[in-house]
Design a protein around this ligand. Sequence first.
Ligand SMILES: [Zn+2]
Length: 377
Amino acid sequence: MRFADILGNDALKRRLAKMVDEDRLGHAVLLVEQEGMGAVAFAIALSQYLNCPDRSGGDSCGECSSCRRHSRLTYPDLHFAFPINTSAKLSDTEKKRPVCSYFLRDWSALIEENPYFDSHDLSDALGIENKAGAISVNEAKEIAGALSLQPYESQYKIMVVWQPEKMTTEAANKLLKLLEEPPEGTLFILVTQNVEKMLPTVLSRCQIIRLQPVERDDMAAILEAKYGLSKEDAMNYATLSAGSVGRAAALLKNAEEGSQLEDLTRGLLEAAQRRSLTDVLDIADTLSSLGKERSRQWCVFAEGFIRKMFITSKGLEAISFANPQEKEYINRMVPGIKETFYAKAAAALDSAIRLLEANVSAKLIFADLGNRFYLYI
Ligand SMILES: [Zn+2]
């Protein structure tokens, strides 16, 4: 990861490079960000810059052996700690004493896929589901162990700690000792989104560096270039994302997923209305192949959409909460739909959700549901 690979915060990139060039980097840096700003990418780029023999113009070369191993997160002197819990991915022995090293593959894959990830993305990637992650005293022991060794090739051993505020008290006390008397050649890079939750004793040992939200115009330009959005859409998303690239990416993903749910709903209604059972069953097939959670999301979405149609059919368009595109569509569809359809379709969707939760075959559930739409409409 070069500084140039990270979107936004150009002044900060120059500042970090200058700190390295002028040898002003202490042994502990705390990067403070809002979720989705990509501070962990800065931590990696900083380590890469520090260790690159061919750095120039305020960035690492990206080509040398050290840079290439930084990109793959396999550089032997770059270590990571982050909040974890038990996960179905671990073996029974590992579950007894989970530590970050068991999750390194998932952690690296996540950073490679989306360096602007948030806590939710991390829990998903690690498979810890809804359990809260923590950095335990076992992890603190691993950190101390890694830092007690001589660096393999670098002058430094770099320890990136993501969300240090999630350390247990016992772990934080151990970390504090390391911060007070760091083993020689140690650089801690702590990354937090919740600086107010950090222990003042830890804070007082760190150089604090705050990431800035990306300016709205810059964010719009990034979104136009990276996601091919129109000027107007890019500006809208730039406003909504409040300067966080990760948040903008999440909003875009939601919009895209929402539009898939809407496309399938419309497709099913239209196929039923034009009396094509083949098309109805084709769409039912697609719905059953979405996976349980996504199929369930679709049922909830379709129910909401049908509710908007029902309210509109009663002449209460003003309280249907439909957006302008939906309104136009619904007004066009409603005259051709039986009055009894809405309640029956909603009940069929409720029943589909219950059956999905009871692990009945999705293929059967959606074939039956499609058939009901066909009959009721
Ligand atoms: Zn290099």
